[in-house]
Write a protein that binds this ligand. Sequence first.
Ligand code: ZN
Ligand code: ZN
Length: 94
Amino acid sequence: MDDELETCWLCGENGAQDPLDTHHIFGGPDRRKSEKYGLKVKLCHNRCHIFGPMSAHQNAETALSLHQYGQRKWMEEQGKTIDDFRREFGRNYL
Ligand SMILES: [Zn+2]
Ligand SMILES: [Zn+2]
């Protein structure tokens, strides 16, 4: 198991109360790219992933923060620029 993924990206909980899900940072048509590049985070299933008011699938600000995090991570790990990101993912979140 990957140590850095064992706590919730949003709140830092360890999943004991609310099991951790894997969330693909870029969903829809880009889900496969999220898979390919490892652009995934752990989120508490109810509170932070699907249902809570701040959850990734309900809250636009949380989703944007995740997209920004994912873009920075991709650029850093792949040694790429914003233009490269725009070419691969179709937009720029930064
Ligand atoms: Zn998700
Ligand atoms: Zn959480």
